[in-house]
Design a protein around this ligand. Structure first.
Ligand code: HEM
Length: 120
């Protein structure tokens, strides 16, 4: 693949498509739901609710990256309103992971989409 081929690809394609984005989302969620500081945000969520949130987050990422999904969930402000996610929570969430391009690119997508709107 030449440099110009790579530039022609959408972010979705460069990330490796649906399965790669779903795997990166599972990595992020695994961290969010087990981190000592962040796990209580998910306290009380049923397995079914967690599965639903996971699917919505995959759809959100795929949609935001220009892929073939249509995100039908709530906007970021409404979805996180009242949780009192503070700057320290956010810093923990964004703590750099091992340099794997899919994950760090998804971080860029999520940071771009959420830092402007999800502080509730
Ligand atoms: C510290 C950071 C974060 C925390 C603690 C957090 C926590 C949560 C929790 C607990 C839910 C479930 C809400 C419910 O069941 O009603 C949720 C839903 C969701 N989150 Fe986050 N989140 C964080 C960051 C993000 C980021 C960066 C994104 C963007 C990719 C994101 C996207 C979503 C989406 C799409 C949903 C589902 C919305 C819906 O139900 O309609 N979250 N989050």
């Amino acid at each position: 693949m030449t440099t110009s081929d790579a530039q022609d690809q959408s972010l979705y394609q460069r990330l490796g498509g649906y399965d790669a984005i779903a795997a990166a989302t599972d990595d992020l969620l695994g961290r969010l739901q087990t981190d000592p500081r962040l796990k209580d945000f998910w306290k009380g969520a049923s397995a079914d609710n967690r599965r639903k949130a996971r699917q919505l987050i995959v759809d959100y990422m795929v949609d935001a990256a220009g892929g073939p999904a249509f995100y039908v969930g709530r906007d970021m402000k409404r979805a996180h309103e009242g949780m009192r996610i503070d700057d320290e929570d956010w810093a923990v969430f964004m703590r750099p992971l091992p340099q794997r391009s899919t994950i760090s690119a998804c971080h860029r997508v999520s940071g771009m989409m959420c830092s402007a709107s999800s502080r509730a």
